[in-house]
Write a protein that binds this ligand. Structure first.
Ligand SMILES: [Zn+2]
Ligand SMILES: [Zn+2]
Length: 179
């Protein structure tokens, strides 16, 4: 049992690292970055007010081929690989992915502006993920925000670094003015 939990947790972490990485790549604007073009659809999508998913979500179709490919590449693909070489864990993870994507990923958790507590800094839902929608260059994590903190892409770090760079530029400009 312990072995199952530890292995499941490790696979889950690896999966979140993969989706984080794909999300970071999806935000690199380049004409050959297909993921970037696909992912823009996620940022344009209107999640509406209904808490009940549209019927097509149950078939893992998320409203358009771009939206669907985004989910399949970022989340589903590595689980299919896991099902191939470690099926029990892969199927468990797929169950989680299926339920989360259909019932929670829209405006119940990820895009719910009413979720504002400190817990959103650990579980990247509500305001944490919506800051990503607003500012783009921060808060790339899904399900657990550990990778944003580890790679220093969480919003508080990104904004602090930006402020420091701005102050340094201003100081350098002022010093140049003196000389
Ligand atoms: Zn994004
Ligand atoms: Zn989103």
């Amino acid at each position: 049992m312990i072995e199952f939990i530890v292995k499941m947790a490790l696979y889950f972490l690896l999966w979140t690292l993969y989706s984080y990485t794909m999300h970071v790549i999806a935000h690199i604007p380049h004409k050959r970055n297909v993921l970037h073009k696909i992912h823009l659809a996620h940022h344009r999508y209107d999640y509406g007010d209904s808490k009940w998913p549209p019927w097509h979500d149950f078939f893992f179709w998320f409203g358009g081929w771009k939206e669907s490919l985004d989910v399949w590449i970022t989340f589903t693909l590595p689980i299919l690989v896991l099902i191939w070489f470690d099926p029990v864990y892969g199927i468990c993870l797929f169950g989680f992915h299926y339920i989360y994507e259909i019932f929670l990923s829209r405006n119940v958790l990820d895009h719910n502006p009413r979720l504002t507590g400190a817990y959103t800094n650990v579980i990247p839902v509500g305001q944490f993920h919506l800051k990503h929608h607003k500012f783009y260059k921060c808060n790339y994590s899904f399900f657990i925000s550990i990778w944003d903190y580890l790679f220093r892409t969480n919003d508080s770090h990104v904004f602090k670094a930006r402020r420091t760079r701005k102050t340094e530029r201003e100081r350098a400009a002022a010093e140049e003015g003196v000389h």
